[in-house]
Design a protein around this ligand. Sequence first.
Ligand code: ZN
Length: 150
Amino acid sequence: MSALRELYQEVILDHNKSPRNFRKMEDATRTVEGYNPLCGDRYTVYVKFEDDMVKDVSFEGAGCAISKASASVMSAAVKGKTKAEAEALFAVFHKLVTGEPDPTQELDTLGKLAAFSGVSEFPARVKCAILAWHTLYAAMESNEEKVSTE
Ligand code: ZN
């Protein structure tokens, strides 16, 4: 295992064990439930929008290590970002985990998101990694209260 791969593994283990922003948000402006029937991952994502800004984001629920770590890293990555910035990050992350990294995007500018680059080798886990982002996107772009990766 390469040093980089080990570092990535460590990020995922750490965020799975101690997920960031893992709590219910009473004053969320949007609450969306995301479900990945392939794996059984199910999370509720809470977002507080202020003007065009993701002022706060948190989540609750249960699922595999990849899905939970991804939700945790997502919550930390988009907090304080504008909707457009959060959507741009989602686009980069989506390419990363589906194995088409954007050549203009250096892995080191992705920070913790880069830890999920190895997921592209396991197509069955892509939906686990995408679930929280997919749910966040629904909170930003639709009125749906439940989304599924299927
Ligand atoms: Zn999963």
